[in-house]
Design a binder for this molecule. Structure first.
Ligand SMILES: [Zn+2]
Length: 445
């Protein structure tokens, strides 16, 4: 039962959509393969006779499924034939709040498309290699810096146009598609507008707001909205999949506010717990202007330290690999030219690493702000006597004290100050300035 969709927590609707689409996609492949299943047909193994039988048998199995359009899938064409809600299409956007599982959903869908059974069984080589990131026809773009550039996108689009080597689909997954530069977005748009017959683009973005994804790209894609999974569902998966004790899983799931990856980290990583404790100690410490500035410095420095630790290892490994690749010096005739090339490559690498470090800092700071917002949200809930479970069960007493002192209005103002700080940093305000302003607002109320 543990197929490729098993880790998509609390997303029944999206999973149903994706299963259906994968079945339609498999039916399309079979429809295309059967008339052409002579030597040149899509092959499974070397014996073309065997592969014909296998595809044929699978086709019978799925004959009950409506096949949207019998020919090769066209973007608009596929949607036009048969049931538009069930068909396969070339471009998809997975949207949802951070931690809802956008990239998990995209990868699972990619696996289902490459699955030799067309279902995402989780056992076959197609499923395995896709989930492991080693499938030859699945390319994953994970931006390390603040944006995905046009060069990267062009190269990707070019490769995505080639015939899938495994005979199924050529898939490109773009995580954080909201971080595409405008030029990169245009390069992608061209490919999405006229997709090669066997190419599928899977984009992940927080929302379909024009700030996140251009209207023209959006209009070419089918949207799969994911919701913030309920804490109960997150706790369940931590227990089932990661073997975490039920009480720890419940606490972590609530504290992570529906973010599955964050919940797992809190449950497993003592350092992540310590960082969270330090953040949740902030409201208690805000006793004056000086304390507010101190708290701001502490928060920024903690984020910097966390980010530095996160990227240090990979930075060093990359530098070592590049130096090895370039060789240490050399005296041949080409050596001078090689040296010039090496300097350029090293510079490129440093630029990439710097961009990645900035991104890691922002992510760390944002996690801290989300924790802090959870605390003021708890205080607000208490002040309003709202019948909702607290985010941070371990600071519930502190939130109650805050609610008494500030009332609902004061708690709301503080919650807004945290959210404004997040928005300001997202809009490129210098983090220290935004955090200082927030701390003063949290102190004054
Ligand atoms: Zn499979």
């Amino acid at each position: 039962m543990a197929d490729v969709f098993a880790d998509l927590v609390g997303q029944d609707e999206a999973v149903a959509t994706l299963r259906h689409a994968a079945a339609s996609a498999a039916a399309l492949l079979r429809a295309a393969a059967v008339p052409a299943a002579r030597p040149a047909g899509p092959t499974i193994g070397a014996g073309s006779g065997d592969s014909y039988d296998e595809l044929d048998a699978l086709a019978e199995e799925f004959d009950a499924e409506p096949i949207p359009g019998a020919g090769p899938p066209g973007g608009p064409g596929a949607a036009a034939g048969g049931d538009p809600g069930a068909g396969m299409t070339h471009a998809w956007i997975f949207t949802g709040p951070p931690g809802s599982g956008r990239s998990v959903a995209a990868r699972a869908f990619a696996a289902a498309l490459q699955c030799v059974h067309g279902t995402g069984c989780g056992e076959c080589p197609g499923c395995h290699t896709t989930l492991a990131g080693t499938h030859a026809d699945v390319r994953l773009v994970v931006p390390e810096g603040l944006s995905i550039g046009v060069g990267e996108m062009r190269a990707l689009v070019l490769r995505a146009a080639s015939t899938p080597s495994g005979g199924r689909w050529q898939i490109v997954i773009i995580e954080d598609a909201d971080r595409l530069t405008e030029a990169a977005g245009n390069a992608l748009l061209k490919a999405v507008e006229e997709p090669p017959p066997r190419t599928v683009f899977l984009l992940c973005a927080p929302s379909t707001h024009p700030d996140d994804i251009s209207v023209t790209i959006r209009s070419r894609c089918r949207v799969v909205p994911l919701r913030q999974p309920p804490a109960g569902a997150v706790a369940e998966v931590l227990v089932r999949r990661d073997g975490i004790a039920p009480d720890v899983a419940e606490w972590a799931a609530a504290a992570a506010q529906g973010h599955v990856g964050r919940a797992r980290r809190l449950a497993r990583d003592p350092e992540a717990r310590q960082r969270r404790d330090a953040v949740l100690a902030v409201p208690r410490r805000l006793t004056g202007v000086g304390a507010a500035f101190d708290a701001a410095s502490a928060l920024i420095e903690a984020a910097e330290a966390e980010a530095a630790a996160a990227v240090a290892e990979i930075d060093e490994a990359e530098r070592a690999a590049l130096q090895t690749a370039l060789g240490a010096g050399g005296t041949g005739r080409g050596a001078a030219g090689a040296m010039r090339g090496a300097a350029g490559q090293l510079k490129d690498l440093e630029k990439r690493q710097k961009s990645r470090a900035t991104r890691a800092q922002r992510d760390a700071l944002d996690r801290a702000l989300v924790d802090l917002a959870g605390f003021y949200r708890d205080a607000l809930a208490v002040a309003l006597r709202a019948p909702v479970a607290p985010v941070h069960t371990d600071t519930a007493a502190l939130a109650e004290a805050g609610a008494q002192k500030w009332d609902a209005e004061g708690a709301l103002r503080r919650l807004e100050a945290v959210l404004e700080c997040r928005a300001a940093i997202e809009a490129n305000v210098k983090p220290r300035i935004a955090v200082e302003a927030m701390m003063l607002a949290l102190w004054k109320g």
